[in-house]
Design a protein around this ligand. Structure first.
Ligand code: HEM
Length: 470
C-alpha cells in the first residue's frame, strides 16, 4: 500500500455501502429496490464469475473483463438485453433506443449515429460551455461558503445543457415544462413482481404507458409544434432536433416519423441528463474527499486556461482533468448495475454452466472494483489512468458506458460535457462537503445520494503563476 493510501484509508464512501439487506420475497413484491450492486456477495469482487440461484431464476454475475467481452462484444446475439428491461424503458419513453431491440433498434441506431459522431458533438460543445458559464453566475450570487445541494444543482445544469443541445434557443422555454414532468416521473419507475408475472404484467404495462402519455402530453405538443416549424426550413439551427428531423437511414433512405423523433428526443432527454448530473455530483464529492488531487486539477486548469471559458479543443490539453473523470466514472459509475442480458442458449462462462434463460449481469460496479483487475480497487487514484500504468489492462476493465453494439450512444457527448462543466466550474469554485455524516446511496438505474449532497461553495483565487503568465 502506498503512503497516500495509508493516509486516506478509503472506501471512498465510508458507511454508505455497509447496508447489505437480504433479498426477501416481500421486498420483491413491494418493488423495493434490491438491485444495489454493493449488496452482491463479496466473492464477486474476487471471482471471475459467480452463479446465484434466485426467485427469478439463475443469475450469473460476471467480474472478469475477458468474460464480459465475450458477452458484450464477441457474442452479443447470444446475450440480448433482458426483456423486462426493454419493456420498462418502452413503457416509460416509447419506441426510443432504450426500449427497442432487433431490426427496429438497428434502424434507429443507424439513423441516429451521425447526430452523436465526433463532428456533431464538437458542434454542441460551445452551448455546453456557455450554459456552464451561466451557471458560474448562479453560484456567484451566493455568499462565499454558502451551502448548495449539489446533486439538484447539477441536474439543473445538465438539464439546461441537454435542452440547448437538442433545441438551441427554443430549449430555454421548454425547461420549466420538462422540470414539471421530471418532478412527477420517478413515481412511475418503481417496478415490482407484478410487472414480471404473466397474469398481471400486460395490465400494469398498459396502465404505466397511459400514465406516461398523460405526463408527457405538454412536452409532446411543444415538440410537435417545433418539428412542424422546422421541417423544410433551410435556416433551422444546427441542433439535435434538426439532425433527427434531417436524419435518413443509410440503408433505406427513410426518415423518422414525427412520433419516432418524439420518442427518441424523450429517451435522449432522460438518458442524457440524469446520468451526467450523477457523474458531476460524484466528481465534486471525490475531489472534496481528495484535496491533493483537487489542487492538481486546479493547477492544470489555471495553467492551461488562465480563467477563460474552455472550448472542446482545450480538452486534449487537460490530461489530468480527463484522468479525474475516468477515475470517478470507475469508482462511482452513474449506472452501476446496467445492464442485464439473458442467455439465449446454454453456454459456459469461465467454467460456470450458464443455462438458457439465465440472467447474465455485466455490471460496471463489479468490473470496476474487481480486485483481480484493480490494485487497491477502492482507492481514488486518477494516475492509474496514465498510459504507462494502463498498459495491458483489458478493454472492459472499466465500462461505465457499457460495451458492444448497445454501448451508450451519448458516450462522447457525455465525456465532453462532463469535462467542460468541470473545467468551467472548478476554475471559479472549490467545493467541500457540508457535513461529515456518511453519504447514503440510492440505486434506481442511477446512483444518487439519499437526501441530496450538501456542499459548501467557495470562490477560488487562481494560482499566482497562472495569473502572472497572462
Ligand atoms: C455519464 C453519463 C452516462 C452514462 C454513465 C451512461 C451509461 C449508459 C450505459 C451503461 C448504457 C448501455 C446500457 C446497456 O448496455 O444496456 C447507455 C445507453 C444509452 N445511453 Fe447513456 N450514459 C451516459 C450519458 C448519456 C447521454 C449524454 C446520452 C444522450 C445524449 C445517453 C443516451 C443513451 C442511449 C440513447 C442509450 C441506449 C443505446 C442503445 O441501446 O442503442 N447516455 N448509457
Amino acid at each position: 500500500m502506498t503512503e497516500d493510501a495509508a493516509r486516506l484509508p478509503d472506501p471512498v464512501l465510508p458507511g454508505a455501502l455497509t447496508d447489505k439487506p437480504p433479498f426477501t420475497f416481500w421486498d420483491l413484491i413491494r418493488g423495493k429496490r434490491r438491485g444495489m450492486p454493493w449488496s452482491m456477495p463479496d466473492e464477486i469482487y474476487e471471482q471471475p464469475v459467480l452463479l446465484q440461484k434466485s426467485l427469478i431464476g439463475d443469475i450469473v454475475y460476471v467480474g472478469d473483463p475477458e468474460l464480459a467481452k465475450q458477452v458484450m462484444i464477441d457474442r452479443p446475439a447470444d446475450y440480448p438485453k433482458a426483456e423486462i428491461e426493454l419493456r420498462m424503458f418502452s413503457a416509460l419513453f416509447g419506441q426510443g433506443l432504450l426500449g427497442l431491440d432487433g431490426e427496429a433498434w438497428r434502424k434507429h441506431r443507424r439513423t441516429m449515429a451521425p447526430a452523436f459522431d465526433p463532428r456533431s458533438v464538437a458542434g454542441y460543445a460551445p452551448a455546453m460551455a456557455e450554459s456552464s458559464e451561466a451557471f458560474v453566475q448562479r453560484w456567484g450570487n451566493l455568499e462565499d461558503g454558502a451551502v448548495v445541494e449539489v446533486s439538484g444543482d447539477m441536474t439543473d445544469l445538465t438539464l439546461a445543457i441537454i435542452a440547448r443541445t437538442m433545441f438551441s434557443g427554443e430549449g430555454e422555454a421548454l425547461e420549466p415544462v420538462i422540470k414539471a414532468i421530471l418532478d412527477r416521473a420517478p413515481q412511475f419507475s418503481d417496478f415490482n413482481l407484478f410487472d414480471m408475472l404473466p397474469g398481471t404484467r400486460a395490465i400494469r404495462m398498459a396502465e404505466r404507458e397511459r400514465r406516461m402519455q398523460t405526463l408527457f402530453a405538454p412536452l409532446d405538443e411543444a415538440v410537435a409544434a417545433m418539428i412542424a416549424r422546422r421541417e423544410g426550413r433551410a435556416d433551422a439551427p444546427n441542433d439535435l432536433l434538426s439532425r433527427l428531423i434531417a436524419a435518413r437511414d443509410a440503408e433505406t433512405g427513410l426518415a423518422f416519423t414525427p412520433r419516432e423523433v418524439r420518442d427518441e428526443l424523450i429517451t435522449i432527454f432522460i438518458a442524457g441528463h440524469e446520468t451526467t448530473a450523477t457523474a458531476m455530483t460524484w466528481i465534486w464529492y471525490l475531489l472534496a474527499r481528495h484535496p491533493q488531487e483537487r489542487a492538481r486539477l486546479h493547477e492544470e486548469l489555471d495553467r492551461v486556461l488562465g480563467g477563460r471559458r474552455p472550448t472542446g479543443a482545450d480538452l486534449a490539453d487537460l490530461p489530468f482533468a480527463r484522468r479525474v473523470v475516468e477515475e470517478s466514472l470507475r469508482l462511482l459509475p452513474p449506472t452501476p448495475g446496467i445492464s442485464a442480458r439473458v442467455a439465449r442458449r446454454e453456454d459456459d462462462l469461465g467454467g460456470v454452466k450458464v443455462r438458457a434463460g439465465a440472467y447474465v449481469v455485466v455490471a460496471p460496479w463489479v468490473l470496476q472494483r474487481h480486485r483481480r483487475t484493480w490494485p487497491e480497487a477502492e482507492r481514488f487514484d486518477p494516475d492509474r489512468w496514465l498510459p504507462e500504468r494502463s498498459e495491458g489492462r483489458p478493454r472492459l476493465a472499466a465500462m461505465p458506458f457499457g460495451a458492444g453494439p448497445r454501448v451508450c450512444i451519448g458516450q462522447r457527448l457525455a465525456e465532453t460535457e462532463i469535462q467542460l462543466i468541470m473545467a468551467t466550474l472548478a476554475q471559479h469554485y472549490e467545493l467541500d462537503l457540508a457535513s461529515d455524516a456518511p453519504v447514503k446511496l440510492r440505486h434506481n438505474v442511477t446512483i444518487r445520494p439519499v437526501g441530496g449532497l450538501p456542499m459548501k461553495v467557495r470562490r477560488r483565487e487562481r494560482a499566482p503563476a497562472a495569473v502572472a503568465a497572462e
